[in-house]
Write a protein that binds this ligand. Structure first.
Ligand SMILES: [Zn+2]
Ligand SMILES: [Zn+2]
Length: 142
């Protein structure tokens, strides 16, 4: 017999990496992919949270090869909305999040996959190579 009154399970979709409650047939409501079908998923990619102006180790985020090339990525909050909520906008407040991400020459053609931006905490979630994540965690711990 099937349980009908289980609480909804929130999982991270392996395709779009959004926290979702799967629909019937395990379809992701965000990207409409089959959550159980992980065949097209690159398992070497993970989501890494990076703080604004955090120093990152000199390895490519995408292939983890040593590099001293950094690319600037920035995300801007819609300023209209902010003005509505907070009234006058102070010139000191930065509503955008800027991160310098190491990226080697070879990977410069591939697009950086930004998952989520948290303007309040000034963080970004970016898809990175799992080996790069390891290096970042080591770097942070040292
Ligand atoms: Zn999805
Ligand atoms: Zn690379």
């Amino acid at each position: 017999m099937e349980e009908e009154n289980n609480p909804p399970i929130i999982i991270e979709c392996p395709h779009c990496h959004v926290q979702v409650i799967p629909m019937a047939n395990n379809i992701c409501p965000s990207c409409r992919e089959d959550i159980n079908n992980k065949q097209n998923v690159n398992s070497r990619q993970v989501v890494l949270m990076v703080h604004e102006s955090e120093e990152l180790p000199p390895y490519c985020y995408s292939c983890s090869a040593p590099t001293d090339r950094y690319v600037r990525i920035s995300a801007d909050e819609e300023s209209g909305l902010e003005t509505l909520i907070f009234g006058e906008k102070s010139p000191e407040s930065t509503s955008n999040v800027i991160v310098y991400l190491p990226e080697c020459e070879l990977c410069s053609d591939s697009e950086i996959e930004l998952i989520e931006v948290d303007y309040e905490n000034q963080t970004m979630k970016i898809m990175v190579d799992i080996r790069f994540e390891e290096k970042v965690l080591q770097f942070r711990a040292s």
